[in-house]
Design a protein around this ligand. Structure first.
Ligand SMILES: *Cc1c(COP(=O)(O)O)cnc(C)c1O
Length: 383
């Protein structure tokens, strides 16, 4: 019997403790320079993030939702437009579309990867479609080459919601660098997280970059802060968050590799259990923002795990097209997303998780699955 231990869904404290000197230094540097909004720490992080993603520009903004709204506005999405969005995503992807005055057009996803595909997009394209938002969900990139082909043929720009995919690649190229712009959140739980809210947009298009910089800073003209060329918003990155992000970026690749090891161990230890991991596509290297499985009697399994001190979440229990706030945009049934939502369960995952913790989760999961299966009224043939 493996040793019992409680496992939190995400442990931020251990990684922050490991780098407390660097975080303290970053804090002191920003305070002594009084560089609180914009300034050298924001400039430095923007350069580092663009380099990391392999893009010409990165623009720091207040959060990931604003990154999406500002990128949509910068490419001209507004009232009357339709934007294709996968129904299996965090609410903010679709809320950003509505915030621009446009209509989300929800589409289904691949049954095994749970990611949006070129086929899903192809069958949802209309003459009103002005953008496609591809979500690299759970840390895995969607198949961008085939999606870009369909989008390019239709003349529709693609935005990447890479809020769960910091550092993920497809054919060696980073998430966020494929579409007209890539949107990131640095919410604390993300693979690269600030110590508060923060976000960024990356792009190779200098006009899009300039539009986002202006819109995020009260619509200011680039060369005259007293001239406002757009009705903008205040969505700037704090110097403090930028300095903390720069300190943490040094460890991102190491943390992503550690996440991959944890998921590899989960897959090996759970190989004989009646649970299904999402399929990983050959050309992609995922960064595992979360580790979702699909399991029968999900809610009961979850409750049993909670009883053993194992903390889990569900990404996402209610698909976007079934959310009350999007009622007016939900025309049709999306069977893959709806079926998946019943069984999804995200296991604990932190870059600092030990092998013993992974084994504890697997042992508790094994017991929970056995219990829920034994109480099923109809048994599997031969079961
Ligand atoms: C976290 C997240 C966002 C929103 O980011 P915030 O910084 O919380 O505004 C958007 N899309 C996805 C897929 C996310 O996971």
């Amino acid at each position: 019997m493996p040793s019992e231990q409680a496992v939190p869904f995400l442990d931020l404290l251990t990684s922050h403790d490991e780098m407390s000197a660097e975080l303290d230094d970053a804090f002191r540097a920003v305070v002594s320079d009084s560089a609180f909004v914009g300034g050298r720490y924001v400039d430095a992080f923007e350069r580092q993030w663009a380099t990391y993603c392999g893009t010409r520009e990165a623009i720091g903004v207040a959060n990931g939702t604003d990154a999406l709204v500002l990128a949509l506005r910068a490419i001209g999405v507004g009232p009357g437009a339709e934007v294709i969005v996968p129904a299996n995503t965090f609410i903010a992807t679709a809320a950003a579309v509505v915030a621009c005055g446009a209509r989300p057009r929800f589409v289904d996803v691949d049954p095994e990867t749970l990611l949006i595909t070129a086929d899903d997009i192809g069958s949802a394209l209309t003459s009103r479609c002005r953008a496609i938002i591809v979500v690299h969900l759970y840390g895995q990139m969607a198949d961008m080459p085939s999606i870009l082909k369909v989008a390019d043929d239709a003349g529709v720009p693609v935005l990447e919601d890479a809020a769960q995919a910091h550092g993920a690649t497809w054919a060696g190229r980073r998430a966020g660098s494929w579409g007209v712009a890539g949107c990131f959140s640095f919410y604390p739980s993300k693979n690269l997280g600030a110590l508060g809210d923060a976000g960024a947009v990356v792009t190779n298009d200098m006009n899009v970059a300039a539009a986002i910089r202006s819109l995020a800073n009260h619509g200011r003209a680039p060369d005259d802060p007293d001239l406002h060329v757009h009705v903008g918003v205040n969505s700037r990155l704090d110097g403090l968050q930028a300095a903390l992000l720069s300190a943490k970026l040094v460890s991102l690749d190491r943390w992503n590799a550690a996440r991959r090891s944890v998921v590899k161990r989960y897959r090996a230890e759970c190989a004989d259990l009646p649970v299904q991991f999402v399929r990983e596509d050959g050309d992609g290297v995922p960064v595992h923002y979360v580790a979702p499985i699909r399991v029968q009697s999900r809610d009961e399994v979850r409750r049993l795990l909670r009883g053993r001190g194992i903390d889990t979440k569900v990404h996402y229990p209610v698909p976007c097209h079934l959310q009350p706030c999007f009622r007016e945009f939900s025309g049709q049934r999306l069977p893959v997303v709806e079926a998946a939502a019943q069984g999804l369960l995200s296991l604990p995952l932190s870059p600092t998780m030990s092998a013993e913790q992974v084994d504890s989760v697997c042992a508790a999961l094994r017991e929970a699955v056995n219990t829920t299966q034994d109480t099923r009224p109809v048994r599997q043939p031969g079961g």
